[in-house]
Design a protein around this ligand. Structure first.
Ligand SMILES: [Zn+2]
Length: 449
């Protein structure tokens, strides 16, 4: 692994903060959290942070260094690197209250009276991950095996899955928003974006702060930016992709859905043992397949599990507090996503769900979800992916199958069904059907009182 690649690799699994002028940042108004003043007790807040947000492996005190537990309340401290003039500054003060459990129940749906439109009134956002098509090489999200005979990309699979699901949901009366079209970015053309230096500078600054917890001096900054400008592919992969996610999160929050489904198929550059040592390499630094994965499994992510440097910026602190205090977002995600994964597993019985720590990287980047009886949920983990952190309603970040698995790749490469005018793999239509079934069943059972 060369150093640039390892940098990018690290970035991929430590989604950080951002400083570009999108609403995820502009919308930071700590007073929006004032309604949670004097509600939760210190023991509740501390245990919730420990169980849902505090990833243990990287740095035990990563979250703690921004928090000051006082007698009357909790203080959130600014990062001195972000605001060097103010070595110690308070961003927010939350006064303790008496509640020692979440105050709000999750996900209910006002039942439709129209039997032909059972989901009328439900608002669903669908985010087909990545961009796909001709961008799939730039975004390193493609599968190319067996001398080119197997040749497909995840962005397209995600898009067709979302499109099929959208059609089914709409037929059932739901209102659906999709973050992108086929082979298109929510941010518009990459070349237009790339031509504006300010875009790259802002994205660089935010990336650096997220990655290293500090800005760089002006000279070093310009030198780095020149380097990134010269590397169009890297700029796309590292910067444009991050800004694209923030744009999508803004669009989803504007739509104000009941929940968001982030649609992905899994792909991974290799297999690792429990100690994190690579035992099999499946992709090189360009995302090109150099081997096949022997494993195949399903999993999904819900918000939580903050990692190193992820509370550096004011806006990430705001979203952290939002997720901590509005229990409907995370508890609602777990409740809904458990059902959705169950629906998928019913359809694909031969596949297993991932365990926490197997594949290894789940333990590296995510936290397990422990039920009241002490059992861990299978296949569902907290993870602080950008999209999940910024969304204001429940969300499931689906990661089905392993595309690098040869048998799976064969299936996903076979366009044996039709969706509108497109030839697509039948299997992804079945995925969409299982999502639809799961959603319908879930909301049928969740009538608002
Ligand atoms: Zn993906």
């Amino acid at each position: 692994m060369n150093s640039l690649y390892s940098l990018i690799f690290a970035l991929l699994f430590a989604h950080g903060a951002n400083a570009v002028e999108f609403k995820v940042r502009e919308g930071v108004d700590f007073s929006k959290l004032d309604k949670y003043q004097k509600i939760y007790s210190l023991p509740y807040l501390a245990s919730r942070i420990h169980n849902v947000f505090q990833h243990p492996t990287l740095d035990k005190d990563e979250i703690g260094k921004y928090l000051k537990w006082g007698e009357a309340g909790l203080t959130i401290m600014a990062n001195p690197n972000e605001e060097p003039a103010l070595a110690i500054k308070t961003n927010y003060f939350l006064e303790y209250g008496g509640h020692s459990a979440p105050t709000e129940s999750v996900n209910c749906f006002k039942k439709s009276r129209n039997p032909f439109r059972p989901l009328k009134g439900l608002k669903v956002a669908l985010d087909p991950g990545h961009i796909g098509g001709k961008f799939s090489k730039l975004e390193k999200k493609y599968v190319l095996m067996d001398g080119g005979r197997i040749d497909f990309n995840e962005g397209d699979l995600n898009y067709y899955t979302a499109l099929k699901l959208k059609l089914m949901l709409e037929r059932a009366g739901a209102e659906v928003f999709m973050t992108r079209g086929k082979e298109s970015a929510a941010l518009g053309s990459f070349d237009d974006w790339f031509s504006i230096d300010k875009n790259i500078m802002d994205a660089y600054d935010s990336w650096r702060l997220a990655k290293f917890g500090a800005h760089k001096d002006a000279e070093g900054r310009l030198a780095d930016i020149a380097l990134f400008k010269a590397e169009r592919e890297t700029t796309f992969y590292v910067f444009f992709g991050r800004e694209e996610m923030r744009k999508r999160a803004d669009l989803i929050n504007e739509f104000n859905p009941d929940f968001t489904l982030l649609i992905h198929y899994n792909g991974y550059p290799g297999e690792y043992n429990r100690q994190g040592v690579q035992t099999r390499k499946t992709r090189d630094e360009h995302g090109q397949n150099v081997g096949t994965n022997t494993q195949n499994y399903n999993m999904l992510f819900v918000p939580g599990s903050f990692m190193k440097n992820e509370l550096n910026e004011k806006h990430t602190q705001f979203h952290f507090l939002k997720l901590l205090l509005d229990n409907k977002i995370i508890d609602g995600s777990i409740d809904l996503c458990t059902d959705l994964l169950g629906s998928v597993m019913k359809k694909f019985k031969d596949l297993k769900t991932a365990d926490y720590g197997d594949p290894y990287y789940t333990a590296d980047v995510s936290l397990p979800i422990v039920k009241k009886d002490g059992q861990q949920l299978r296949g569902i983990f907290h993870r602080n992916l950008d999209m999940l952190r910024f969304l204001n309603a429940p969300s499931c970040y689906m990661e089905l199958f392993v595309q690098d698995n040869f048998e799976e790749a064969e299936i996903l490469n076979t366009n044996n069904a039709k969706l509108k005018q497109h030839r697509v793999p039948k299997k992804i239509l079945n995925v969409a059907r299982s999502y639809f079934k799961g959603i319908k069943k879930y909301f049928k059972a969740k009538t608002c009182k």
